[in-house]
Design a protein around this ligand. Structure first.
Ligand code: ASP
Ligand code: CP
Length: 360
């Protein structure tokens, strides 16, 4: 199924060159932002944030304002007609008729794709549950390009909540497309990287290892990507408390790292990096957040310039088959097609909204 407009739901919908161009444009904008100050004069961007955000929301808003455009939207659905029971379909239909581009964050996986199905303008996924966060990945790629001068041949450690962290899912999918990148996943057994992401990494020809402690892994890394334990995605407070404080990066552990390793974090930080690490010149997380504005300016420009049809659903519905993931948008907004991609022999189906797999 095709939509009239191009959307950014998942970076994997685009060839690597497309992302590289967005990142390069982000770098150009960083070097001379004034040149782009009127590129979006007269344009309106809507930000629909059904879930809390500081950086993503404000960096998108700053990006549009710095391009000369204007912004509308909500950052608390309780103050919008969502609280009266309005569906994503109807909200998107209306807001996309007011705006030229729509940015959506939602606590449920696949919500941005659901929005794109009815939107009358391009839709950007600003985080859908524990699934994906493609614009954080563009931010991360720009950070690596500027600070490490390369996107390939890197050993990248990812530490913390790898099962629920949408930033690391999107980043693994992207970095595994570049040559000779190696991943080290540092987590407890409960919070390991999902199997489908590991399969994508292998299929893309990259390798990964798993480690239990930061100490055993940190010395080999070029990049350490710390993540917050995603309290809001746990089934119970007890399960969250059992994981909290397992990984804390402090100055002592930083002494075990290479002198040119960089520390990244999508933020917000809770207690997984002690504040004294902020003084270390290898701490890159605040700079990383700053780069988010430039890359989002580049993304807005790219999405508004390119007017192409977009293949949004590539699979099909199977009679009576529904997604088993309770945190998939198809189990919340029931009008949505239960669309699946299938393995060649059609015994394994993958939900097109949240990537959950099921055997039939
Ligand atoms: N801000 C990032 C996200 O929204 C990471 C986090 O919240 O921990 O996914
Ligand atoms: N990195 C990130 O998405 O931050 P926010 O949740 O504050 O938007």
């Amino acid at each position: 199924m095709f939509t009239e407009y191009q959307h950014l739901i998942d970076l994997s919908d685009y060839p690597v060159n497309w992302w590289k161009n967005v990142v390069s444009l982000g770098e150009e904008i960083r070097n001379d932002p004034a040149r782009f100050a009127h590129e979006c004069d007269g344009k309106v961007m809507a930000t629909l944030f059904y879930e809390p955000s500081t950086r993503t929301q404000m960096s998108f808003q700053t990006a549009m304002i710095r391009l000369g455009g204007k912004i509308i939207g909500f950052d608390n659905p309780a103050n919008s007609s969502v609280s009266k029971g309005e569906t994503i379909k109807d909200t998107t239909k209306i807001v996309s008729s007011y705006a030229d581009i729509l940015v959506i964050r939602h606590p449920v996986a696949g919500a941005a794709k659901a929005a794109a199905l009815t939107a009358e303008c391009p839709v950007i996924n600003a985080g859908d549950g524990g699934h994906l966060h493609p614009t954080q990945t563009l931010t991360d790629l720009l950070t690596l390009k500027i600070e490490k001068k390369k996107l390939s041949g890197l050993t990248i450690g990812m530490c913390g909540d790898l099962i629920n962290g949408r930033t690391v899912h999107s980043l693994c999918k992207a970095l595994s497309m570049f040559e000779n990148n190696k991943f080290v996943f540092i987590s407890t057994p409960e919070l390991r990287m999902p199997a489908y992401i590991k399969d994508i990494i292998k299929a893309n020809g990259s390798t990964f290892e798993e480690a239990d402690t930061l100490e055993e892994a940190i010395g080999d890394l070029d990049v350490l990507y710390m993540t917050r334990i995603q309290q809001e995605r746990f089934a119970s407070r007890e399960e969250y408390l059992a994981q909290k404080n397992t990984y804390v990066l402090d100055r002592k552990k930083m002494q075990l790292a290479k002198p040119d390793m960089i520390v990244m974090h999508p933020l917000p930080r809770v207690d997984e990096i002690t504040v004294d690490v902020d003084e270390d010149k290898r701490a890159m997380y605040f700079t990383q957040a700053k780069y988010g504005v430039f890359v989002r300016m580049a993304l807005i420009l790219t999405m508004l310039r390119e007017k192409k049809q977009f293949e949004i659903l590539k699979g099909r519905e199977y009679s009576g088959v529904v997604c088993d993931n309770p945190r998939c948008i198809t189990n919340h907004e029931h009008y949505l097609p239960k669309s699946f991609r299938s393995s060649r022999d059609e015994t394994l189906l993958e939900c097109e909204f949240c990537d959950e797999r099921k055997l039939i």
